[in-house]
Design a protein around this ligand. Structure first.
Ligand code: MTE
Length: 322
């Protein structure tokens, strides 16, 4: 009897574990060969997006799902936040060294009203909304999370982006004193992400400040993180300190590490496999099911948000722009 049979672990779970280890091995390789890590080729720009509008009804229908919620304990103990270590338990078990108040965010680049604002001023006057979204990690697991937050578009409008603002770039704090994982070059710090302007303005895109009605814990990206539910989880950047309007597609952390595996768009897509594993199904961590034996379900196009977002990619070859 193999070890797997002895433990009664389904093959699908073994695959997940292998994927996870693979991702860490990749990081180790890059840490040892910095030149390779930084050799991402200059990317071409994708075609200009179609002007797509989402009706308020379409948008609203994506704001909540009736699927079983993932337990608070699981959402806050099974995390990816490499600034606190690469293990799933590292971010929650790390000492709570991240000082989340006072917190300020610099808004820079192609806009008429740049500035550095306290978190309170950044979201002033906007009432936090509850959004129950699916979160699909590129590694093949997923959760259903009740977030609290404000629409990113509402915040961005206040800075009056100019016509040159085609993309928005986001940066996470990178402080080795507050974040022990920064000592290791697992990622070319700071963690950076980006969205095309229409993606940033889509009503689904959230700047989250809480979950389950409580403030965000350190491990989930306190005090302010992005949530882009139709994209793989790594686009949902945590603990944001800078937002920049830019004309060209910005460099992003995972894409920099391995451009052939992590595209700029990274829309959830069961028809485009990761080069080293399938993206057709996912391990849903929800209800009281254990993480290891969680049910495997089919992955949906755009993570089930096609009605709200597919029009933004009309005419785009999603195999090329993965
Ligand atoms: N943001 C930063 N700054 N650092 C990270 O390591 N991990 C990403 C994303 N945002 C990450 C990050 C990945 S891979 C995922 S799947 C989600 O955060 C996980 O969010 P969660 O831990 O709240 O579930």
């Amino acid at each position: 009897m193999s070890l797997r049979d002895a433990l009664r672990i389904p093959a699908s779970e073994i695959t997940d574990e292998a994927v996870y280890r693979d991702r860490r091995n990749l990081l180790r390789t890059f840490a040892m060969t910095p030149a390779l890590a930084l050799s991402g080729c200059a990317d071409a720009e994708p075609p200009a997006p179609p002007t797509a509008t989402v009706t308020p009804e379409q948008a609203r229908s994506g704001f909540r799902t009736a699927e079983t919620l993932t337990r608070y304990e699981d959402i806050t103990s099974y995390n990816n936040f490499y600034e606190f270590g690469t293990g799933k338990a590292d971010p929650s078990t790390a000492r709570k060294t991240l000082k989340t108040s006072p917190w300020s965010v610099a808004v820079t680049g192609e806009c008429a009203r740049p500035g550095t604002l306290s978190l309170e001023d950044l979201v002033k006057g906007l009432v936090p909304e509850e959004r129950i979204y699916r979160l699909r990690c590129v590694e093949g697991w997923s959760m259903v999370i009740p977030w609290l937050g404000v629409p990113l578009g509402e915040v961005l409008k206040r800075f009056e982006p100019t016509s040159k603002a085609k993309y928005v770039a986001f940066t996470t704090l990178a402080d080795p004193v507050q974040m022990p994982g920064i000592r290791y070059r697992s990622i070319n710090w700071p963690y950076r992400e980006g969205l095309r302007m229409d993606e940033a303005m889509n009503p689904l895109t959230l700047l989250a400040t809480g979950l389950y009605g409580k403030p965000l814990p350190q491990q989930n990206g306190a005090p302010l993180r992005l949530v882009v539910p139709w994209k793989y989880g790594f686009k949902s950047i945590k603990s944001i300190v800078e937002i920049t309007f830019v004309e060209r597609m910005p460099k992003t952390a995972w894409h920099d590490l391995q451009p052939s595996e992590y595209g700029f768009f990274s829309n959830v897509n069961p028809n485009v496999d990761h080069p080293r594993w399938s993206q057709k199904t996912e391990r849903r961590i929800s209800g009281t099911a254990s993480k290891l034996f969680a049910e495997r379900i089919p992955t949906r196009m755009f993570n089930g948000y096609a009605d709200q977002v597919a029009a933004m990619y009309a005419g785009m070859d999603l195999k090329k722009w993965y």
